[in-house]
Design a protein around this ligand. Structure first.
Ligand SMILES: [Zn+2]
Length: 173
């Protein structure tokens, strides 16, 4: 498998506690930023993939969030800014953000992965999109595990996931 495109959830995957944190409070986990940069250095596209209901609630600025994700090394960010009950097509586990990425970039779902801590949102989104999911043990608990069990790769952290991804390319050291 040669992976060319990596979608990465923010809260509970890059850092934080699995729930929303304001931009100035958000701390990447040790190794997260280095992991993103190692994927970029290997020539992969790295896209943040995040639900942020606080944007709809007026408590978070989407442009500032985007900039913060680019500063952490992501090549682009796909953000659902809508409320949980808005019925939008882009809130994970729906696949609207993946569709947005396809409008902007050339990639095949079979050459992509979704890295995330949430079974309900991230791993289910991966199934819905036909993309390999990589679950990380940072962040949230076990909700939704039964529905997605056996469908994904398990890694301890985003740093571990990047190592796994690069090993698939024959670039792992
Ligand atoms: Zn949305």
């Amino acid at each position: 498998m040669v992976i060319k495109t990596v979608f990465i959830d923010r809260d509970g995957t890059i850092g934080g506690d699995g729930h929303f944190m304001a931009i100035h409070q958000f701390e990447p986990y040790p190794g997260s930023v280095a992991a993103i940069r190692s994927l970029r250095m290997a020539g992969l596209q790295v896209f943040a993939l995040t639900n942020q209901t606080k944007i709809a609630a007026g408590q978070l600025d989407e442009a500032a969030l985007r900039i913060s994700l680019l500063e952490m090394g992501c090549s682009d960010a796909f953000i659902c800014p809508h409320a949980e009950n808005a019925g939008c097509p882009c809130r994970k586990p729906k696949t609207g953000l993946i569709a947005q990425a396809h409008l902007r970039y050339r990639f095949a779902n079979r050459d992509a992965v979704i890295v995330g801590d949430s079974y309900l949102a991230d791993m289910q989104c991966a199934i819905n999109a036909g993309i390999l999911g990589i679950h990380v043990a940072t962040g949230r608990g076990d909700a939704g595990y039964q529905e997605v069990a056996g469908s994904f790769v398990e890694c301890a952290s985003l740093a571990d996931a990047a190592t796994w991804i690069l090993a698939q390319q024959g670039n792992g050291k």
